[in-house]
Write a protein of this length. Structure first.
Length: 317
């Protein structure tokens, strides 16, 4: 885990230095490709595990329960955050026209289609693993860890190379920094309730629930860290559970963030989005019709959670 964190922080610094030198990196395509490779390798390891395939339905129900509990917890705690700090709802700046509403629907559909690619890549990896189309060694945690380090480096470079990072950081105050803390506590506290009815320990439930929508990083980190402790098969099961939980969170956030923001409940939308408040769900939270103050709230929340995921997993795993 020290290796992962070191790569992350070094890459953030490198990205910032490159930006100061005038180099603007375009990391979106590279990130997408690396995520797809990671998910395919993950699917490969699932397909090679017969026991895990037999328990697929129970894992699905467990993922649905933990994801639902975590999302409810984050939304409730964002409401508590708002009440404790006496923060009003943030009103919509301008009423939305009919044409803009249609464009938003189209944009949402495109984002949902993009997210649907991930389950297809996962399924392709599972089929290749099940039918033995690729060497078994490709599904090992060592191969996944190498690709994970590449993803971490890309994430760090992307964060450090953001042109708006300095502006966003200047707008940060204590109140804004508290929101991701409430999201973390609410998500984990409510996710832990799943241990009451599921055949997992509280620690394991907290582990799989601490991705905050960051499916690619959290699942591979869990696989890498847990394999040496509980064995490859059990680690793949937990990583699969984490992947499903975080995919569900992103899909629900894509659908609900926009109506929540339009109703003035920006803090709830940001908290629900988790890590994706700074990228995938950002257009649902921040646009020409919403208040400009939504931007720093959403981006800071996402950045803090993105850095928190590997830190939390280093403790929980």
């Amino acid at each position: 885990m020290f290796t992962v964190l070191s790569i992350l922080f070094c890459a953030i610094i490198a990205g910032a230095i490159l930006l100061r030198m005038g180099f603007k990196l375009q990391m979106e395509r590279a990130l997408d490709i690396t995520v797809f490779v990671l998910i395919a390798l993950f699917g490969l390891s699932i397909g090679q595990d017969d026991n895990l395939l037999h328990n697929a339905s129970s894992i699905g129900w467990a993922a649905l329960l933990i994801a639902s509990l975590g999302m409810v917890g984050s939304v409730l705690f964002s409401w508590l955050y708002q009440r404790l700090l006496h923060l009003p709802n943030i009103p919509v700046a301008v009423a939305e026209t009919a044409d803009e509403h249609k464009l938003k629907k189209t944009d949402l559909l495109l984002r949902l289609l993009r997210s649907s690619k991930l389950p297809l890549v996962l399924l392709a990896g599972m089929l290749m693993g099940y039918y033995g189309l690729l060497p078994k060694s490709w599904g090992s945690s060592k191969v996944s860890f190498v690709v994970l380090c590449l993803l971490i480096a890309e994430v760090g470079l992307s964060l450090g190379n953001r042109p708006d990072l300095k502006t966003v950081m200047k707008s940060v105050d204590f109140k804004i920094l508290l929101l991701p803390f409430f999201t973390i506590v609410g998500t984990l506290l409510f996710s832990a309730l799943g241990a009451i009815v599921l055949p997992f320990s509280v620690r394991d439930v907290l582990t799989v629930g601490s991705g905050f929508g960051y499916y690619s990083l959290s699942s591979i980190l869990i696989l890498d860290q847990k394999a040496a402790i509980i064995g490859q098969s059990a680690a793949v099961e937990l990583a699969s559970l984490s992947l499903l939980i975080n995919l569900l969170r992103e899909l629900v956030a894509l659908i609900l963030c926009e109506p929540l923001s339009r109703s003035g409940r920006v803090y709830q939308a940001v908290s629900l989005a988790g890590v994706t408040s700074m990228d995938v769900c950002l257009p649902m939270i921040v646009n020409s019709r919403t208040s400009p103050q939504n931007m720093p709230i959403a981006i800071v929340h996402g950045i803090v959670l993105e850095i928190s995921v590997p830190l939390l997993l280093s403790v929980l795993c």
